[in-house]
Write a protein that binds this ligand. Structure first.
Ligand code: GTP
Ligand code: MG
Length: 581
């Protein structure tokens, strides 16, 4: 991926060109052919394209390939806190003393930061060698050599700021409403996806943050790997979502499996504890301490070691990410891989999931605090299940992905069979050509009428099954099949979901919501169902419900016209305690 041949001036020129056209992301044009950024760009669809699924015949990367490539890229990257006024040209020239730069971008998060990816890993070492530990007047710095640096100006007044920084936050609900209201008929869900999906820069920043945490954990476990999982990597991540990290110690454990000749084998002398859980708690406890005392930019470190899945939670101030670090959680990584496959197989999947997630968030069906509500993970499973139930199916069942697996794909984790095909190119495309609009409406109809009282959702077999217990919502964990991933959901939260699904199906069926008519104060399609609901609306007659919705719209449009701040808040998505089941 290193492209030493690309000159600094060319890159600056490209950067300047990009700035005049689009606000973000600078980095895409700075990336070179053959990089992940290039692949992402290739995968993007023009906004007007019809969504029929498997249009793209370009071979797609396996999850593990994508992860390895990104990780390697992150290891050549540094994070730099910059002075407010800085010349980008001089900045790049200064850093280029240590070797050619592959790409870079700036962003703001309580200060200006730069992410700089060198072409070669040695450049990072060279830069670190020329970096000093700060000396403080009142406090004492604990020396720590990392890839998170500060750049200081020797002459405070000499620089002119000419930096364009990329935005790492999601659009507000208000912006979301405007976008969906104003875009063309078939574009609502795809437009929403484009606005909310993780940008190339944001993804790079996520991998870089994992890499920085890995450096810290390596003080104890030199062969460890910190891998992102969950929505940061499963293709369903929204800007602002948390960063789930998995501390992988397999390399450390496997060192003893090297084959040697002779009748002896050597083992490390180790300390023993009574269970895997206690080992996990001890490991996370020391890593938590380490992050707290020595981790640059790691604040608010909480050790949540008695949870079903023990974790260390902290904020990485410089990136702005809320981080959850776990270990011994390989199944969650495998779930992310499975979702990555489903999200990549057919272009309608992500658009529909984003639409449903935004809908759920707008109606407070999901929340940033843990509780009896549906999680984004469960919602994604419901969408996958629904797409497996279409005729013909849009997504294959997990069992059919298992039958396509070869020897290399065989995977057993803690006695659970996690085998499924990893090579996306071996999965047959769906012949289903239903539009996203139709699928959205049908999703609400399907779950508005689902027999939740007796049936469970099961993506392994792709069909409803009798519920094994009395949980209001039962979504079978695809790998630990005796568990329910939505065990936390209460009857009243499920009922709220069902009511809203029925109402949204009804709204989407109305002919007059099928077109843009700002003058009549009529939102349509997705925009109509993203409106905040009136409590107990279900008891209203349909006519009343419609009038009430129209009133809300009228108020909202008036507010948009007069540019007043409406009753919307930023959707700075989340942090829920993983109710790992
Ligand atoms: P957002 O963070 O809400 O964007 O989605 P997410 O998919 O990242 O969810 P979350 O951060 O809550 O959890 C991270 C990952 O842990 C998920 O993607 C799943 O792989 C796994 N996970 C979360 N909740 C559960 C659960 O209840 N059961 C199981 N088995 N795995 C879960
Ligand atoms: Mg998450």
């Amino acid at each position: 991926m290193a492209v030493p041949g690309v000159g600094l001036l060319t890159r600056l020129h490209l950067c300047a060109q990009r700035r005049t056209r689009v606000q973000r992301p600078i980095l895409r044009l700075l990336s070179c052919p053959g990089t992940v950024a290039e692949d992402l760009r290739r995968d993007e669809q023009p906004s007007g394209s019809v969504e029929t699924g498997f249009e793209d015949k370009i071979p797609r990367k396996r999850f593990s390939e994508m992860q390895n490539e990104r990780r390697e890229q992150a290891q050549r990257t540094v994070l730099i806190r910059c002075p407010e006024k800085i010349s980008e040209k001089k900045f790049l020239k200064y850093l280029s003393q240590h070797g050619p730069i592959n790409n870079h971008f700036f962003y703001e998060s309580f200060g200006l930061y730069a992410v700089v990816e060198f072409c070669r890993k040695e450049s990072v070492g060279s830069l670190q060698n020329g970096t000093r530990t700060p000396s403080m007047a009142m406090e004492t710095a604990i020396p720590f050599r990392s890839r998170f640096l500060s750049l200081k100006l020797k002459n405070q007044t000499s620089e002119q700021s000419c930096i364009q920084s990329s935005d790492q936050l999601p659009p507000s609900n208000r912006k979301l409403f405007e976008i969906t209201l104003l875009c063309r008929k078939y574009d609502q869900l795809n437009t929403l996806l484009k606005e909310f999906q993780l940008t190339e820069e944001n993804t790079k920043l996520r991998y870089l943050t994992c890499s920085l945490i890995e450096d810290i954990a390596a003080a104890y476990f030199p062969d460890c790997v910190v891998r992102p999982f969950g929505s940061s990597v499963n293709t369903f991540g929204k800007l602002g979502c948390d960063l789930d990290m998995f501390l992988d110690l397999d390399e450390t454990r496997n060192l003893s499996t090297h084959k040697t000749s002779g009748n002896f084998l050597t083992e490390f002398q180790v300390k023993n504890v009574p269970s895997e859980r206690i080992a996990t708690q001890k490991i996370l406890s020391v890593i938590g301490e380490c992050l707290d005392h020595f981790g640059p930019g790691c604040v608010g470190v909480q050790k949540i070691l008695n949870a079903r899945c023990p974790l260390v939670r902290f904020s990485h101030q410089a990136s702005g990410f809320q981080c959850d670090l776990t270990t011994n959680n390989r199944i969650a990584l495998t779930s992310s891989e499975l979702l990555y496959i489903y999200g990549t197989l057919d272009s309608r999947v992500r658009a529909l999931v984003f639409g449903i997630r935004c809908w759920a968030r707008a109606h407070s069906l999901t929340s940033s605090i843990p509780g009896a509500w549906i999680t984004n993970f469960s919602l994604t499973m419901m969408v996958i299940f629904f797409l497996q139930r279409r005729s013909p199916p849009i997504l294959p069942t997990l069992d059919s992905l298992k039958t396509l697996a070869d020897a290399e794909d065989k995977c057993i984790i803690e006695g659970n069979n996690c085998t499924f095909v990893r090579d996306l190119n071996r999965i047959k495309p769906s012949g289903n050509t239903e539009t996203l609009e139709l699928l959205l409406k049908e999703f609400f109809e399907y779950f508005g009428n689902f027999a939740f009282n007796k049936n469970s959702i099961n993506i392994r077999q792709g069909r409803e099954q009798n519920k094994p217990d009395s949980s209001p919502l039962y979504i079978q964990n695809p790998f630990e099949t005796s568990l329910n991933i939505s065990k936390n959901v209460s009857q009243s939260q499920l009922q709220k979901f069902v009511d809203l699904a029925q109402e949204s199906a009804w709204v989407l069926q109305q002919k007059d919501t099928d077109r843009l008519s700002v003058s009549n104060n009529q939102p349509w399609g997705l925009a109509a169902i993203l409106l905040p609901t009136v409590p107990n609306r279900r008891s209203f007659t349909k006519k009343k419900r419609k009038r009430s919705a129209n009133e809300s719209v009228r108020n909202l449009l008036e507010s948009l016209k007069s540019n007043r701040t409406a009753n919307f808040t930023e959707t700075n998505e989340k942090r829920t305690v993983s109710t790992q089941t």
